[in-house]
Write a protein that binds this ligand. Structure first.
Ligand SMILES: Cc1cc2nc3c(=O)[nH]c(=O)nc-3n(C[C@H](O)[C@H](O)[C@H](O)COP(=O)(O)O)c2cc1C
Length: 390
């Protein structure tokens, strides 16, 4: 239903995202896209690249007079750093000395450098890392913003916050309002709802920097206002929990995904894990006493908030490099280092929000369809009546 792809390399001219399948007549706010792009650039522990870039979306297809027209959308984000790389990575063949100046033959453990070079048959990981780089998440965030704007029309909102950085972890649950507030706080260093925990997180980021090391962490994404019935139990590839996990796992450096209380649940009794159901006669709604399922049962949304966490490994580029083997000489050497972040948990959360928005928007359009926003709305409202009368 909703299809999306990205193109572009970290130091190429630009990143591009394509989004196809949105209904016509959806109002598009370009500044909302730029706002998301800006949020992705923030966070304590980012490298010098974010000082160069000022990501802005330039839509050049699929949106006219401020709304979608049912045609594929194409959006471009300029890489300002291209000015420094034009001679190093030109599109045309080049024998200029610059073109050989950024070869990378000492693959970094944990990066796509070696596996990608072997697979695509390059003895220069530059061609691999340029695309593997999480700079690509800027294009995903732009694509995700279109999905968010569709979902917002129907009362669905998505926010994220940081629950762990390095060894410091938030030890309490966060309310939806708190998550929204910190998620939108452009001054918040790590987007943690608890000031004291955030200080400890920052201390760990500082310690990593001092040691030439990096830190990982955990971000939590909450989707609020999600209707009952997105996704399906009927086939393995229709299960929404599976789709969300795949989408989040595809974010660079995410190595585990958890839905609701998934990890803790595995070591608990069933009675401690399931969410008891009741019926609120006044509101004519089924309620759950808790939301340990994270809003998903049987691969179907159950009307509670969808809660999903991404576990990020520490960044692989280390200022104090690990051992590796030279791809050409095969001799032991130190892994390459180039300008890098050392903590990206809040930015990972913003990329994760985009992926969750795209998956939910796709499930939403599968359920409600519609070539125009008006048609989608009619279908949504009719289903709402079915739920009211259930
Ligand atoms: C927002 C964000 C920024 C990142 N920045 C860097 C970086 O500056 N340096 C680095 O080595 N890895 C960075 N990464 C992680 C790598 O892109 C990732 O580890 C690498 O592509 C290998 O993929 P994998 O870890 O998913 O297996 C970043 C990840 C995210 C989500």
């Amino acid at each position: 239903m909703l299809r999306y792809y990205t193109a572009g390399e970290s130091h190429g001219q630009a990143l591009v995202a394509f989004v196809s399948g949105l209904p016509a007549g959806l109002p598009i706010d370009i500044e909302a896209i730029n706002h998301e792009l800006h949020r992705r650039q923030l966070g304590y522990g980012r490298g010098g690249r974010q000082k160069i870039e000022k990501d802005r979306a330039e839509i050049f297809a699929g949106v006219r007079l401020g709304q979608t027209i049912g045609a594929p959308i194409a959006v471009r984000i300029e890489n300002r750093d291209w000015a420094n790389w034009e001679k190093i990575l030109p599109v045309e063949a080049s024998s200029a000395p610059e073109a050989a100046s950024k070869k990378l033959v000492a693959p970094r453990p944990g990066h796509a450098d070696l596996a990608g070079s072997q697979k695509f048959n390059f003895h220069d990981a530059r061609f691999v890392l340029e695309r593997a780089s999480a700079r690509e998440t800027a294009a995903r965030v732009a694509a995700g913003s279109f999905a968010r704007q569709l979902l917002a029309q129907f009362g669905l909102r998505i926010a994220s916050h940081t629950i762990q950085v390095g060894h410091a972890r938030l030890e309490r649950a966060a309310a939806w309002e708190e998550i929204c507030a910190v998620g939108e706080d452009l001054e918040s260093p790590l987007r943690c709802v608890d000031a004291r925990t955030q200080e400890k997180m920052m201390a760990d980021v500082d310690a990593a920097l001092k040691a030439g090391d990096t830190v990982g962490g955990v971000f939590e994404i909450v989707a609020h206002g999600v209707p009952v019935g997105l996704g399906s139990h009927a086939q393995w590839d229709e299960k929404l929990d599976g789709k969300l996990a795949q989408a989040l796992m595809s974010v660079q450096a995410v190595k585990a995904v958890e839905i609701g209380a998934g990890v803790l649940a595995a070591g608990s009794y069933g009675s401690e894990v399931q969410d008891e159901i009741s019926y609120d006669k006044k509101a004519r709604r089924f309620r759950r006493a808790s939301n340990r399922a994270g809003g998903l049962e049987g691969g179907i949304t159950n009307g509670e908030d969808v809660v999903i966490r991404g576990y990020l490994k520490p960044i692989s580029t280390l200022r104090k490099p690990m051992g590796t083997a030279d791809m050409v000489t095969k001799e032991p050497v130190q892994a390459a280092y180039e300008r890098s972040d050392w903590c990206v948990v809040p930015a990972g959360g913003v990329a994760g929000e985009a992926m969750v928005a795209l998956v939910l928007a796709d499930a939403f359009l599968q359920k409600f369809g519609g070539d125009s926003l008006a048609e989608t709305r009619r279908n949504f409202e009719s289903y709402g009546r079915q739920i009211d009368e259930f």
